[in-house]
Design a protein around this ligand. Structure first.
Ligand code: HEC
Length: 137
């Protein structure tokens, strides 16, 4: 049986047929990369609250080098597309905490989130609606 990345599927888990989802949920073990993605999600959610409250983040505590090293779940790998998005993303995530930047903070933050989305459009479509909620309107 093939282990799929459930969270990358477009269909929510609850809509899956019962036997299929039962079997897959038992086998589902989040990869190192999936875990790190969830850490990045939580961090950006907290940044959103901070920025909305008018605060400037002064440091970026995540080890973004994990993106180069973490193990990925079956069916995922560092494709050419992945490689073309990852550096741009890392730079944009770091720029949010650049207190010397001339660019508007909200714009820098949304730019980083749009870079999450850019990679996800081809590499992992499932979490897109969730990631979109991170955008500051
Ligand atoms: C360079 C491409 C790329 C970037 C940039 C990227 N992701 Fe991901 N993301 C992936 C891939 C591929 C997976 C699937 C990883 C796996 O299952 O091993 C994933 C998985 C996820 C998941 C699902 C984790 C789970 O529980 O299975 C979430 C949530 C997520 N990403 C959020 C984000 C957020 C938020 C950002 C930006 C802060 C981001 N991603 C940036 C490619 C990317």
């Amino acid at each position: 049986m093939v282990l799929v990345c459930l969270s990358c599927n477009d269909k929510p888990r609850l809509e899956e047929t019962e036997e299929r989802s039962k079997q897959e949920l038992i086998m589902y073990q989040p990869s190192e990369m999936a875990n790190f993605m969830n850490v990045m999600y939580a961090y950006n959610l907290q940044l959103k609250e901070q920025i909305t409250a008018g605060q400037q983040p002064v440091s970026m505590p995540l080890d973004l080098m994990t993106l180069y090293a973490a193990e990925m779940s079956n069916g995922h790998s560092r494709t050419t597309t992945w490689n073309s998005f990852v550096n741009v993303f890392i730079e944009s995530q770091q720029m949010i905490a650049d207190t010397l930047s001339d660019i508007n903070l909200k714009e820098r933050y949304n730019n980083a989130i749009n870079n999450c989305l850019a990679c996800h459009k081809t590499e992992c479509t499932g979490p897109i609606p969730k990631i979109k909620k991170l955008l500051i309107h």
